[in-house]
Design a protein around this ligand. Structure first.
Ligand SMILES: [Mn+2]
Length: 336
């Protein structure tokens, strides 16, 4: 076990520190990791961020991203850093299966593990948890960790503020989701005060489409969208031939599901995409509609109440059929 005060004491002298985050890192995974990285580095520690897989292009402008080690590119170096770390910060995940090939190395590492996260149902691998499932983003918890636990707001540089701002902005859908409390706005205001270039960050993250990605969006809206008005549900079915035709990368469907939810009156939205071995599923909902329960019960996944994901090895036709057969079970939620 490790306490916050013991950790604070330990961090007064230089340490070897490893930071990692989940597979397919998103804005919060990277923003929280790089924000913490820059802060720990400013305190004189030897720090490395190791990610289990590549991150998307729309985050390639982030401060210090050039120092990130992508695990599959150099597993030997990464394994030795994991083994010699005094502290391993695990950000934006709470099950070690979320770091894929790094799982065993991190699980067996002798260093103390600190989990900072906002997802439900932690596995409990850590020595210290800074965990709150009501937090809007892990970046919010990193802000709280630095400011309130380590009492070090004064060392939040404009670059650190930019990283944390990006994490909160992306995980709240630009401060729209229900998780966006008054406290979140106060934190974000403080990050702007500390130098986060907010409008620049919005522009970099959201005006980053490629031509092919925008044409793919148009194609999906025209050809792949199915609306089920009686259940206030809309979904996209993206088949293998659509993926091939546009040479779609994993990050290219990011946010697509939200277009289905943007139709007036829709309460549940889904995206089904054929990724060869698997159909990948993203769900978005509003109010109390439990997207995470639907994903964990029927599609081998999970997530947050209003944003969840899963997968299936069945055919697209079967996945669509089972999704449509689930809708009547949730009719009290779906029909107001
Ligand atoms: Mn997050």
């Amino acid at each position: 076990m490790l306490t916050i005060s013991a950790l604070k004491e330990e961090l007064t002298s230089p340490k070897h520190i490893l930071i990692t985050t989940h597979f397919n890192p998103d804005g919060d995974a990277l923003g929280s990791s790089l924000g913490l990285y820059l802060w720990l580095q400013s305190k004189g520690h030897q720090v490395t961020v190791v990610v289990p897989s590549e991150f998307p292009d729309f985050l390639s402008w982030m401060p210090a991203q050039e120092h990130i080690l992508v695990y599959p590119k150099d597993p030997q170096t990464a394994d030795s850093l994991i083994a010699k770390a005094d502290f391993l910060f695990c950000l934006d995940f709470n099950h070690l299966s979320r770091i894929n090939a790094m799982e065993n190395a991190v699980r067996n590492a002798p260093g103390k593990k600190i989990m900072i996260d906002h997802h439900l149902a932690p596995e409990g691998f850590e020595d210290l948890a800074h965990w709150d499932s009501h937090a809007a983003a892990t970046a919010q918890l990193v802000y709280d960790f630095i400011v309130n636990r380590m009492d070090d707001r004064q060392h939040i540089s404009p670059e650190i503020a930019a990283c944390l701002y990006t994490g909160i902005m992306t995980d709240t859908g630009s401060f729209r989701f229900r998780s966006t409390t008054a406290e979140v706005h106060l934190i974000v205001a403080d990050l702007i005060t500390l130098g986060a270039p907010n409008s620049k960050i919005h522009e970099k993250v959201y005006n980053s489409a490629t031509e092919v990605r925008l044409r793919f969006l148009g194609y999906c809206l025209l050809n792949c969208l199915v609306v089920v008005p009686e259940y206030n549900t809309a979904y996209f079915l993206i088949r293998k031939e659509d993926v091939n035709r546009f040479d779609i990368m994993p990050g290219d469907t990011e946010g697509l599901v939200n277009y289905a939810l943007s139709i007036s009156g829709m309460r549940l939205a889904a995206l089904f995409i054929d990724r060869s071995e698997l159909i990948k599923i993203s769900l978005r909902s509003i109010d109390e509609i439990p997207a995470n329960e639907i994903c964990s019960k029927y599609f081998n996944g999970g997530g947050h109440l209003n944003a969840a994901g899963g997968s299936s090895t069945a055919s697209m036709e079967e996945v669509e059929r089972s999704f449509r057969s689930i809708l009547p079970l949730y009719k009290d939620y779906l029909i107001e």
